[in-house]
Design a protein around this ligand. Structure first.
Ligand code: M6R
Length: 614
């Protein structure tokens, strides 16, 4: 978590840094700060709250510097406050640093520094790091780059850092281990970001620093990239950025979340593009082709992910077992990495992550690789850590997802996983050609059908107004739509702060039914295929206890129309593809309820888009 931006060049750094921070607020937004090199000193402006608060405060002062580093924070060590906000100064007042990550051995370093007379003004691990670098520099009497390198060889943890010396502000030193860092290359200027969005309008050329690398960045000079461990030089690999500015702006919507909900038909087309070929009756996924033998002969698939991505893995579990008849296990990254799981050479691990930076998923991948498994990554962010750490993979191509609540990334992941399940079923000879083709054709129709669900916007808004003050919600689903019940509940709780639980509908009678009374809204995901009749009975059970039922049903449904308080219709589709439609009303329901409760939908409290701490 946390976002970093830095600039060195001829322009005024402040507007570039502040705009960059605003684009990175999805990574954390409890406080922010900038340090500008001006008039031989460091101008430091920090404020608790959103970037705007810091910007207003800084603009009352001098912001003319042309070198600067900046940070937007998601608190780990120490609560959100002006003091704990980054950048942090060293005791000498010469070094200033921003950091994304966690220094695990900060307490022992802090004890050492205290015994050497250092004092601390914040509770952060970052202030320890900047002082440790100063300590090493004083001891070794060396240049900043060397001091950073030597200090980092003694640091345990994750970091992306930018640091400069007030007496040599033309050079910013950066380093990376576990947290992302991208360097943008301008003509006589350079940019640094946790991702490339802060500098998209200035350059399309970028270098993604790898773990264990550091660089010395000077405006008009070649980059000097080194290995932290050995000081060996690294040849830079320059990437051409594909993203454009429009895709990271709100485009007339009040919130990114709504824009992203509406982008889903297009996002799914982009996920299909060049891969789903219904006229030719085939799916083409190069990442799978490369490992076709592995996929054909795999004994088991293990899927690992967190949050919403974990829900897409749960949907995929049904599809892979149904279409390819291969056993699938779905694991939270955080649990998988800390168990001693049985992983065999013939297992394939599929890791799913929108950001490609989730620390627990990344650690699970590393563990699976060291156990000899082939790891296939499904990520949205190109060039992300997970994309680079996996043997092969597929990008979802959903476009940047900025709202903290994941929407289009989820449906794109389910789309990719559906294509993979179909392809695997074909490779393993589990399909008749007609069945396979029918699924391909219907998958191709899904974006149009999502458009039809989006037309239900007004109805969903009206239903939201009736339940916005509820304190609890229950979500029920069965089969492939049980994960959709989980996803609906997660969406509601994360953006509206209403307590919500997702359950397999049949489990209701084993406990949750005790919660049902006239104040409990129950969202039932009940398309007309799969376990429809069973769900009708579940709805009766809820109504018998005076619960309020909001049912997601297939167009033309009569039974649930009579027995539910509200129905939201989705178009008819094949059972396996229903999650791509049933999830849409649930996204809209949580969106409207959160807006009506006055919540900041894109930046829910305590959360961040990219969870780079474990
Ligand atoms: O970037 P990832 O997909 O790895 O992120 C995983 C979760 O942190 C994420 O899905 C989270 O649960 C979302 N905020 C849910 O909307």
């Amino acid at each position: 978590m946390c976002g970093i931006v830095a600039y060195v060049g001829d322009r005024k750094a402040f507007p570039i840094l502040v705009n960059g921070l605003k684009r990175l607020e999805y990574r954390g937004y409890d406080s922010s700060g900038v340090a500008l090199a001006q008039n031989g000193s460091i101008a430091l402006y920090k404020k608790q709250g959103m970037v705007k608060a810091m910007e207003d405060h800084a603009l009352l002062n001098d912001t003319s510097g042309t070198t600067g580093i900046a940070h937007t924070r998601w608190a780990t060590h120490g609560q959100p406050s002006d003091e704990n906000a980054h950048p942090h100064l060293s005791n000498s007042g010469n070094l200033v640093l921003v950091h994304n990550g966690i220094i695990e051995n900060y307490q022992s370093l802090k004890d050492l520094l205290k015994s050497e007379g250092f004092v601390f003004h914040s509770e952060t691990d970052t202030e320890v790091l900047v002082n440790f670098i100063q300590y090493v520099q004083d001891k070794e009497q060396c240049k900043l780059r060397k001091a950073v390198r030597l200090a980092l060889t003694q640091v345990v943890g994750a970091y992306a850092i930018c640091i400069y010396d007030k007496d040599k502000p033309e050079e910013i030193v950066v380093a990376k281990m576990g947290s992302p860092l991208v360097i943008g290359l301008g003509k006589d200027e350079k940019f640094i970001g946790s991702d490339a969005t802060p500098f998209l309008e200035y350059t399309k050329e970028a270098i993604y620093l790898e773990d264990g690398e550091m660089a010395s960045i000077i405006a008009g000079e070649e980059l000097d990239i080194r290995l932290i461990k050995t000081d060996g030089t690294v040849a830079p690999v320059i990437h051409k950025l594909q993203m454009d500015l429009e895709s990271i702006e709100k485009g007339g919507y009040d919130y990114f979340m709504m824009k992203e909900i509406y982008e889903q038909p297009r996002a799914i087309y982009d996920t299909f593009r060049g891969r789903l070929l219904p006229e030719q009756g085939m799916i083409k996924m190069s990442g799978m082709e490369e490992y076709a033998d592995k996929f054909r002969n795999a004994d088991r698939i293990i899927m690992t992910a967190c949050g919403t991505s974990w829900h897409s893995a749960l949907v995929a579990e049904y599809l892979f077992e149904e279409f390819a008849r291969i056993p699938v296990e779905v694991e939270y990254g955080s649990e998988f990495r800390y168990r001693n799981p049985v992983i065999r050479k013939n297992d394939i691990v599929i890791a799913i992550s929108q950001s490609g930076e989730t620390a627990d998923t990344l650690a699970a991948i590393k563990m699976a690789k060291s156990a000899g498994a082939m790891v296939f990554g499904i990520c949205n962010v190109a060039g992300s850590s997970i994309a680079r750490e996996t043997h092969a993979g597929a990008y979802t191509h959903a476009g940047p997802e900025i709202g903290v609540a994941s929407t289009k990334a989820f449906t794109s992941q389910v789309t990719i996983l559906t294509m993979m399940a179909l392809e695997l079923g074909k490779i393993r000879g589990e399909f008749s050609t007609s069945e396979y083709r029918a699924l391909l054709n219907e998958l191709n129709n899904i974006p149009k059908k999502i458009e039809k669900v989006l037309e239900k916007k007004e109805l969903i808004e009206q239903i939201s107004a009736l339940y916005k003050d509820a304190t609890n919600f229950l979500y029920l689903g069965r089969g492939v739509n049980f994960p959709i019940a989980l996803e609906g509940a997660l969406k509601l709780k994360e953006i509206s702060y209403i307590h919500a639980e997702g359950y397999p509908a049949a489990e209701m009678k084993h406990g949750p039914i005790a919660l049902i009374d006239e104040n409990m809204p129950v969202v039932v995901v009940a398309p007309n295929n799969g376990h429809y009749e069973k769900l009708v009975s579940n709805v009766q059970e809820v109504k018998a206890r005076e619960g309020k039922v909001i049912a997601i049903v297939t167009e033309g449904d009569k039974e649930l129309l009579d027995s539910s308080d509200h129905v939201i219709e989705i178009p008819e589709t094949l059972e396996a593809l229903t999650p791509l439609l049933t999830v849409i009303p649930l996204q809209l329901l949580s969106y409207y309820i959160a807006v009506m409760r006055g919540c900041d939908v894109d930046r829910p409290r305590n959360l961040a888009k990219s969870v780079t701490v474990e």
